[in-house]
Design a protein around this ligand. Structure first.
Ligand code: GLU
Length: 431
């Protein structure tokens, strides 16, 4: 179930990384190795790309509201900056770990390559539970994190953004802290900001927009009409909730949604507007209902399109053969293991991988950064038009590589994603 992947504690109380986190990194490395091999690159190139170039661990002291001091652990990983500055979100979650942040930074490199942005991948995280912290505590933690990582980030070095349980308010605090430290206004330090602080139109819904475009393109390939199609969405956070709304408005039947506590199911289609109205800022809504199903049951519901939009390792070899959807579009990072990817692809399921499907967020983040750098801002339609073009092109590229090279969509996406980074690393003379 989403969020149940708790870390074990050893005898001395130090948190031990669960095996699933190690698997996420190892699986990514395996597919990168395959992708580089298919493109004809040497093992040296793989050695360069299998881990981030830079990984910073910080300890952040925060004064809590009750007067006590708590020390939080945070990370920032910079996977590869051959193409340009690194870019990627900051996640606030109790299960954040070094290995997870590393894997997430590699995925950001792949996303940037797939949608052809002038970036490499980065990612950050803080081990904390913002659901149990006050607003001022979250603000102090956010500012402390920026001070702690300030040496390695910046508008031309590494540009953070929102991720799980972080939002535009947190980006605003972080931007303010960075600007104060540098003594000049630095909107290009971070993306996902509120509009009044240099945010971009369309950034908040961008991940869901990208997923929506991928669903439409995948449905075309399968001869499925999105209008009337039955769709199940796991997760009701930023990506999941906007997506449910877009699908509902497009006439699809959203038959199932879930949050970390459980799922809601209605074969006639759920009333998404009502659920959005009742959802809290962390995406919780199922607690308000008596009749819920588990997240495991949700994934196996009878539907046409399944969208995992929560966390890693949800579709594995233990449930892949019970998944009924013919199209899976991964809005979350790493929801399907490689074993499950193979089982699903062998069965003819069209799986649009995370590194392609969830790239809408970083694409509009790039637009935001461009607008910040030029000091001239675009209208909503312009952002939407540009995003549409980028995602359709990326989808077509990946789909073509999958068909021509006879590989699954994940391997095809990795091949498209690593190519530019490998070329840039070669031209720089690193390999
Ligand atoms: N956290 C988002 C992702 O995983 C967005 C990153 C960004 O906008 O830089 O793609």
């Amino acid at each position: 179930m989403a969020g149940s992947d708790k870390m074990g504690k050893t005898e001395n109380g130090i948190k031990e990384e669960p095996k699933s986190k190690q698997n996420v990194l190892q699986s990514t490395q395996t597919v990168i190795h395959q992708a580089l091999g298919k493109l004809g690159y040497s093992d040296e190139m793989f050695e360069l790309m299998k881990e981030p170039l830079r990984m910073m661990t910080v300890r952040i002291p925060v004064r809590m509201d009750d007067g006590s001091n708590k020390i939080f652990t945070g990370y920032r990983a910079q996977h590869n900056d051959a193409v340009g500055p690194t870019k990627g979100g900051v996640r606030f979650h109790p299960n954040v770990s070094e290995t997870e942040v590393k894997a997430l930074s590699i995925w950001m490199s792949l996303k940037a390559g797939i949608v052809d942005l002038p970036y490499g991948g980065g990612k950050g995280g803080i081990v904390c539970d913002p659901r149990e912290m006050s607003f001022p505590e979250v603000e102090r933690l956010s500012r402390g994190y920026v001070r702690a990582i300030s040496q390695i980030v910046g508008p031309t070095k590494d540009i953070p953004a929102p991720d799980v349980f972080t939002n535009s308010q947190i980006m605003a605090w972080m931007m303010d802290e960075y600007s104060r430290m540098r003594e000049f206004d630095s909107p290009g330090f971070i993306t996902g900001k509120p509009l009044v602080l240099g945010g971009s139109h369309g950034r908040e819904s961008a991940t869901a927009k990208g997923v929506t475009i991928c669903i439409r393109e995948a449905a075309k390939k399968k001869g499925l009409n999105v209008e009337g199609a039955r769709i199940v969405i796991q997760g009701f956070g930023n990506a999941g909730s906007f997506l449910a709304k877009f699908m509902f408005d497009a006439g699809a039947k959203v038959v199932g949604i879930s949050d970390v506590y459980g799922g809601l199911y209605d074969p006639e289609g759920l009333d998404i507007d009502y659920l959005l109205d009742r959802r809290d800022s962390f995406g919780t809504v199922s607690k308000l209902f008596k009749d819920t199903i588990s997240n495991d049951e949700l994934l196996e519901l009878d539907c046409d399109i399944l969208v995992p939009a929560a966390i890693e390792n949800q579709i594995t070899e233990s449930n892949a053969d019970r998944i009924k959807a013919g199209i899976i579009v991964e809005a979350a990072n790493g929801p399907t293991t490689i074993e499950a990817t193979k089982m699903l692809s062998d069965r003819g399921v069209l799986l649009v991988p995370d590194v392609l499907a969830s790239a809408g967020g970083v694409t509009v983040s790039y637009f935001e950064w461009v607008q910040n750098n030029q000091g001239f801002y675009w209208e909503e339609e312009e952002v939407a038009k540009k995003l549409e073009k980028v995602i359709v092109t990326a989808f077509d590229n990946v789909y073509r590589v999958a068909s021509v090279r006879n590989v699954d969509m994940r391997l095809a996406a990795y091949m498209v994603g690593v190519r530019k980074m490998a070329e840039a690393s070669r031209f720089r003379g690193w390999i």
